[in-house]
Design a protein. Structure first.
Length: 240
């Protein structure tokens, strides 16, 4: 019995260490999303370059988390709920890494857009959308730490708001392009940025769904609410 308690306490310590890495990674991704949106709105190419550079430590953290999770599985042989916890951590890390990639992509396009005629209000609108996604991501990670399925469900519902914000921007950019062909290049870049942010929302939602699975043992039965109506006119973007 004492040996079983010792094994359980060692596993708990290992898991706490991995969870600390997850929260660190989440904080870095949230900061990069905020900085990328700020760089776009303020046309700050120096800040955008910092966002791009900050993606490497995020990638390194994902690799470290996966290595630690694999080590725990190999050494502790977790079963049932413990194994589910370790696998959830790995999936969360993957979703965070993708969000980091999208923030980096946003920063890449900022340098190009800085040399183009600005589109009125686009920077502020994209920053609002990015702020919503950042809040979703924070809420999803809080739900994970607290093992709160209801909080995770709130994230799933908020994804609808992000989709609606994306749809509005999509239509706005189309209008600008039809009114003046000189806006086409800038609006194309802005559309890709908005789509990347919408996909960050999808990854935050995926984290929330993993939390629900972790807590309940089952993925949500109902499909997540979606309001992206642009899939047929997605300007060359690959399908989800």
């Amino acid at each position: 019995m004492n040996n079983e308690k010792h094994i359980a306490s060692v596993f708990d310590r290992d898991l706490e260490a991995i969870q600390a890495l997850i929260m660190k990674m989440g904080g870095m991704v949230e900061a990069n999303i905020t900085s990328a949106a700020q760089a776009l709105e303020e046309r700050d190419t120096e800040l955008a370059e910092k966002v791009r550079a900050a993606d490497k430590p995020i990638d390194a953290l994902e690799e470290e988390i996966n290595e630690e999770a694999a080590r725990v599985i190999a050494l502790r042989s977790p079963i049932a709920g413990d194994l589910r916890t370790v696998l959830t951590v790995m999936k969360i890390a993957g979703n965070l890494e993708r969000c980091g990639d999208y923030a980096k992509n946003l920063a890449k396009r900022t340098g190009v857009l800085a040399d183009m005629q600005p589109i009125d209000g686009a920077g502020a609108s994209i920053r609002r959308m990015a702020r919503e996604v950042e809040e979703m991501l924070k809420l999803a990670l809080d739900a994970y730490i607290q093992r709160d399925a209801e909080m995770a469900e709130q994230v799933r519902q908020r994804d609808l708001d992000v989709d609606q914000m994306y749809n509005a921007l999509f239509r706005e950019f189309l209008t600008y392009m039809m009114e003046d062909p000189r806006n086409i290049s800038a609006c194309m870049h802005l559309h890709f940025i908005a789509k990347n942010i919408e996909r960050m929302g999808d990854h935050a939602t995926s984290i929330a769904e993993q939390v629900i699975y972790l807590v309940t043992g089952e993925l949500p039965e109902e499909s997540r609410p979606k309001a992206d109506v642009t899939s047929q006119t997605d300007l060359g973007l690959e399908p989800k």
